[in-house]
Design a protein around this ligand. Structure first.
Ligand SMILES: [Zn+2]
Length: 348
């Protein structure tokens, strides 16, 4: 490891959790796109968060489907849920804040339902025996300012040129404060497209009324930089130096770039690495459509998981357009290959 890697004094929530899981953990799959696959109309500035208002039962169903498929970490439907976005829909600030809390409650309830119904035929019964309780964490999703803009700019990060770090902190503060006290185990800052937003999140995590671990997950369109142009290495350094960050990773990125990105992350951090790529299709934010890219299939993606694990990642799942089938296949790959101790690259 390079000299940039700092030593940590006590094990984090995530290293302890990974030990409980046997070294590697399964993250859930695409959430918004899975709601859509079940018929939800999420063509809306709130995207998946619209279902918190219109079809909370579907949100519960998708969480349960991912738990049944083997997920150890389930991520709330709050990716595009913001006080500002709900208020723009005509809700009061109080109602908006309740919906944010509700996104976490629904996820925690799904975990309880899952624990209570662990019966024959479920992943746990088949793989670990019915008496074992699979460790499950609830991660509260926070999408970027670009996600709130709802024009696909979380894949360009271009707004970094027109907003200040203070503006980004002011934008995210209330939501993060609410999610901190909602019962979630951690916050998943997802699909981060620029360095400035990572710095804003790191600052917020130092504030006294925000006391929760988090992961920072970046997106990339070339395997080297985040969409706004900063190198993934620079961005990962911001995450590594924040003591509240318990994992660093990549999501909603084509599987073909993940290998190089893990190698870059490992140069600057020894924190656990979380990887949840999308299906390899590309989002056209203007027309709100996913465009197929040549030569990439769900099966290819799952076959990469062992290699990504050997490169040093320890949490694996899927993002947009992946499904419970993807997650089941990842869980099978990880449960078939038992971890060699030398491959456990996160800090002990
Ligand atoms: Zn995604």
């Amino acid at each position: 490891m390079g000299s940039l890697v700092k030593e940590e004094t006590s094990p984090s929530l995530m290293t302890e959790f990974l030990e409980k899981c046997g070294g590697y953990a399964v993250v859930d799959g695409g959430f918004a796109t899975e709601l859509e696959r079940h018929g939800a109309d999420i063509n809306d500035p709130l995207w998946s968060a619209k279902c918190l208002i219109t079809s909370p039962h579907l949100v519960t169903k998708v969480h349960l489907d991912y738990l049944e498929s083997g997920a150890n970490i389930i991520i709330t439907a709050s990716y595009q849920a913001t006080v500002q976005g709900f208020v723009a829909k005509g809700l009061s600030v109080g109602e908006a804040e309740s919906l944010l809390r509700r996104s976490v409650e629904i996820t925690c309830e799904a975990r309880e339902i899952f624990y209570n119904r662990c019966t024959k035929g479920s992943w746990d019964f088949d793989h670990a025996g019915k008496d074992s309780r699979r460790p499950v964490l609830v991660a509260a999703s926070v999408g970027s300012y670009g996600a709130y803009l709802a024009d696909g700019s979380e894949y360009s990060g271009i707004y970094e040129d027109s907003v200040s770090k203070e503006t980004l902190k002011d934008f995210h503060r209330r939501r993060v404060q609410i999610l901190t006290k909602s019962g979630a185990d951690l916050i998943a800052f997802e699909t981060i497209p620029n360095k400035l937003e990572a710095e804003a999140y790191a600052d917020l995590l130092e504030e006294k009324d925000i006391d929760i671990p988090a992961w920072f997950s970046f997106t990339s369109k070339d395997g080297v930089t985040v969409p706004h142009g900063e190198s993934i290495i620079e961005c990962a350094k911001v995450a590594d130096s924040c003591k509240h960050v318990v994992a660093i990773g990549i999501n909603c990125t084509s599987p073909r770039y993940i290998h190089d990105l893990i190698i870059s992350l490992r140069k600057v951090t020894r924190k656990p690495i979380v990887i949840y790529p999308n299906s390899g299709e590309v989002y056209d934010g203007l027309n709100k459509k996913w465009i197929k890219s040549e030569g990439e299939t769900e099966e290819d993606f799952v076959s990469y998981v062992s290699r990504w694990r050997d490169e040093g990642a320890s949490l694996f799942g899927g993002c947009c357009r992946t499904t419970p089938n993807t997650i089941r296949a990842i869980a099978n790959v990880l449960s078939c290959d038992s971890p060699a101790p030398s491959k456990l690259k996160f800090r002990q």
